[in-house]
Design a protein around this ligand. Structure first.
Ligand code: 2U9
Length: 357
């Protein structure tokens, strides 16, 4: 009996799963199990023998049943432990960051500029990026022989042999948009024309495609004084300063007379640009009174109307405001650059703390 006890307790202790335990149960205490057979043999025993063997067999049966139940519970615990180990979750891990998209700095600056001029009554005009050489050059008082045509590194559209339609170009400035606006609505007019322009040039400060915003204000008695006020208001609003001095330097453009390049007062200290303080100058735009020939070319009578025009590079003023040193950062599609300047999240950077060169 003791052999039987040891045999089954050992087997139960070594069982590796519930299936093995069930076979052992059948083998030991099942109807035809070893212990049950032994119990049947009780009938053949003498009353004395039966008196000791009976209770001993019952006790053995109970002990084996308890061992089976205990082992079953232990196996279930082990299985649960194993599952928990596999499904372990570290709730202290940082979450998976999702990168948020954001508006491109050129689009953002275009919107800023548009909003500032809208406050001063300028509507937004748009036009084709491929235009005839009339709209891009001749109407703006830049005739075929004019050096400005060569200087602008113009992209010409391909023309098939024998196609004698006038040449078309990728616009080199947004000025043709304003010629079309004047043709359409006549004077008086107050518009800005932001958009893409193209010149065959590529280095640290030039890309073959860049963005301009030009402005035009035509009325009976618009003067350079109005130009000065509008540009001062623009520079203060755009660079978020209370005061700024502008310097008008005499210049020459075929489409304006007189013409002036405009510098803004600034300081460069420790590589940081501050607009509206210091005694340095930063050239940011060109301007002038619209040439009478240009008005005439756009169907506006220059004996009745006059006004100013100006132009500036959006990419350039974006670089200055947000401290981006290389124009190519905008277009090389390397998002790390844009992220570095604060444009790859939904954060909108500001001038606080100055700008780095
Ligand atoms: C019309 C008449 C006149 C627009 C003007 C400039 C001066 C100018 C440059 C600034 C930097 C181009 O992007 S840039 O390289 N522009 O200096 N633009 S006056 O004059 C016009 C425009 C339209 C009908």
């Amino acid at each position: 009996m003791e052999d039987l006890r040891k045999k089954y307790l050992d087997l139960i202790g070594g069982a590796s799963d519930e299936g093995a335990l069930e076979s052992l149960r059948v083998q030991a205490v099942g109807k035809k199990g070893e212990i049950s057979l032994k119990m049947r043999e009780l009938g053949k025993m003498s009353p004395e023998e039966r008196q000791t063997a009976g209770p001993a067999l019952n006790a053995l049966k109970d002990e084996i049943n308890s061992a089976l139940a205990a082992k079953k519970a232990a196996l279930a615990d082990a299985a649960l432990d194993e599952r928990l180990r596999g499904e372990w979750l570290d709730v202290t891990l940082p979450g998976r960051m999702r990168r948020a998209g954001s508006i491109h700095p050129i689009s953002q600056v275009t919107e800023e500029v548009t909003a500032i001029f809208a406050d001063m009554g300028f509507a937004v005009a748009e036009g084709p990026q491929i235009d005839s050489d009339w709209y891009n050059f001749d109407a703006l008082n830049i005739p075929g022989h004019h050096p400005a045509r060569a200087e602008m590194d113009t992209f010409y559209m391909h023309r098939a042999e024998g196609d004698n339609r006038p040449p078309h170009v990728l616009r080199t400035h947004t000025s043709p948009v304003q010629i079309r606006s004047m043709e359409k609505q006549g004077a008086p007019i107050r518009v800005i024309a932001p958009g893409r322009v193209y010149r065959a040039d590529y280095d640290q400060t030039h890309t073959p495609m860049f963005h301009q915003v030009e402005g035009l204000a035509i009325d009976r008695d618009i003067s350079m004084a109005n130009l000065k006020w509008v540009l001062e208001e623009f520079v203060k609003a755009y660079f978020e300063v209370d005061d700024v001095t502008l310097r008008f330097r005499a210049s020459h453009f075929p489409f304006t007379e007189p013409s002036a390049e405009v510098d803004i007062q600034c300081s460069w200290e420790g590589g940081v640009l501050r607009v509206g303080e210091g005694d340095d100058w930063l050239e940011i735009l060109g301007s002038g009174m619209v040439h009478p020939k240009v008005l005439e070319n756009a169907g506006v009578d220059p004996t009745q109307w006059q006004g100013f025009a100006f132009g500036m590079g959006i990419d350039r003023i974006a670089m200055l405001k947000y401290g981006i040193p290389d124009l190519r950062a905008f277009f090389d599609s390397d998002l790390r650059w844009l992220r570095h300047y604060g444009f790859a999240s939904l954060d909108v950077p500001t001038l606080h703390g100055g700008l780095s060169r």
